[in-house]
Design a protein around this ligand. Structure first.
Ligand SMILES: Cc1ncc(COP(=O)(O)O)c(C=O)c1O
Length: 434
């Protein structure tokens, strides 16, 4: 039984349904933020709502409502651009920042749509291997765009492999257009791109005019204070940044920003074309940012006097602490219960500095992750996510053997961690013959 196949859009739902059939399962398969955070934030929103409403109304005109500007009302663009400028040291202004309420998923859809529909030659997009399944599911909708997978190590895409894939794409008649990747706390591997790696990759981007679309889904969820940000090292303005607040700042509310370091109205015709298209597609798809979503967002982001906070990072701190604690408990339990397999390399994972995920590799090519996950669920009552489908399918490279499962620490209650890792360890010992 294939338990996960994101080539159909309902894959995540199917996985959730399957896990739902095992209500007692210890759940390391969550992909979403902790539901308790969502409830706590809603309560806080309700408390603050009167100030937020007052503040918004004092600063709002009829043009700000849904029939208004599709790029997002100036007031909100100004507010959100100032905060991301402070938080990430970006040259963000209202002019080069758009806001939306369909999450980073909405931006990815629009950016790929533009690439697919506005070029006569077929386009190539480069994804890390493995990659976030949401990119693959969205790309499935655009037959004019072909995904090329780039192998990675713990620091990000391997430069030589990106160069190879770009050449391969060109030889096959594709125009290399963009890299789409998560540079911090990658899903599913948890890795971070390093500055050194970025600078080497950048030579290829520059040479071929390839855009870099950075899916900033988890940067606010960092356990360390490493603030390296690729767009601060982007002299050619090739980067686009999507910052979603849906994971940690306002869990579940898919308020998200699309930003580029370039001024929108620069003489760069290609970029201006691109930006104008984004706004046009927002309008066509009726994706005008909705005021209620922003009211909720604002209610979290103003202080008690109704003044917007200059930085959003402090809002994340209590949640970071709670995720970090769970991560530390899981890694401690893994070394207590699977210490010898971790020492002799039969199991491996790279420690993470944030995000939701641990990518647990195993050294046994006789059994695929789908089968490991199925047996863990059916026989040991533990839910994990298998990783076959996080890989870009490449017809010329059929021997993909990811040999890893993804463990999430975002949804598991503290008291379930110990018994959960215990059951996981028992299961893995038998299934993998550790
Ligand atoms: C890497 C990555 N990008 C984007 C998303 C979706 O973000 P949003 O809720 O803003 O659409 C997810 C959600 O799982 C993710 O893991």
């Amino acid at each position: 039984m294939q338990i996960f196949n994101p080539q159909t859009l309902s894959a995540t739902r199917k996985l959730a349904e399957l896990i739902g059939q095992y209500p007692e399962a210890k759940n390391f398969a969550a992909g979403l933020p902790d539901p308790n955070h969502l409830l706590a934030d809603q309560e806080r929103m309700l408390q603050k709502h009167p100030e937020a409403v007052k503040y918004v109304l004092e600063n709002t005109s009829p043009a700000h409502f849904n029939y208004g500007k599709t790029a997002g009302p100036d007031f909100y663009r100004d507010f959100f651009s100032k905060t991301i400028a402070t938080d990430w040291n970006l040259r963000a202004t209202a002019e080069n920042t758009l806001i939306g309420t369909a999450g980073n998923t909405g931006w990815i859809d629009i950016l790929l749509r533009i690439m697919g529909e506005n070029h006569t030659q077929p386009s190539a997009v480069f994804l890390s291997n493995p990659t976030y399944t949401g990119y693959l599911a969205t790309l499935d909708k655009f037959p004019q765009i072909t995904a090329f997978g780039v192998n990675c190590d713990k620091n990000g895409m391997i430069v030589e492999d990106l160069a190879n894939q770009v050449e391969k794409a060109k030889r096959a008649g594709f125009v290399p257009r963009a890299i789409l990747d998560t540079t911090r706390h990658h899903n599913p591997t948890g890795r971070n791109l390093t500055l050194e790696r970025w600078q080497s990759l950048y030579e290829i981007l520059k040479r071929d005019g390839i855009y870099f679309i950075n899916d900033n889904a988890y940067s606010y969820l960092s356990f360390d204070n490493n603030d390296f940000h690729p767009l601060n090292h982007d002299p050619e303005n090739l980067g686009f940044e999507m910052v979603t607040f849906s994971k940690i700042l306002i869990p579940g509310l898919r308020c998200a920003v699309l930003h580029t370091q370039a001024e929108y109205l620069t003489p760069d015709n290609q970029r201006r074309f691109f930006t104008e298209k984004v706004i046009e597609y927002l309008a066509i798809n009726n994706l005008n940012p909705s005021i209620p979503a922003f009211m909720c967002a604002l209610s979290l982001m103003i202080d008690d006097t109704g003044t917007p906070q200059p930085t959003l990072k402090p809002l994340a701190v209590p949640k970071i602490e709670s995720y970090k604690k769970r991560y530390q408990m899981i890694s401690q339990a893994l070394s207590d219960k699977l210490g010898s397999a971790l020492k002799n390399g039969a199991l491996q994972y790279d420690p993470v500095q944030g995000g939701f995920f641990i990518y647990l590799r195993y050294d046994n090519n006789k059994i695929f992750p789908n089968e490991v996950a199925r047996q863990l669920l059916e026989k040991y009552n533990v839910a994990v996510v298998p990783t076959e489908d996080f890989w870009v399918k490449d017809e010329r490279n059929k021997k993909l053997n990811p040999q890893a499962i993804r463990l999430s620490f975002s949804g598991i209650p503290i008291e379930t961690i110990e018994p959960g890792v215990d059951a996981l360890a028992k299961g893995l010992k038998v299934i993998l013959g550790l």
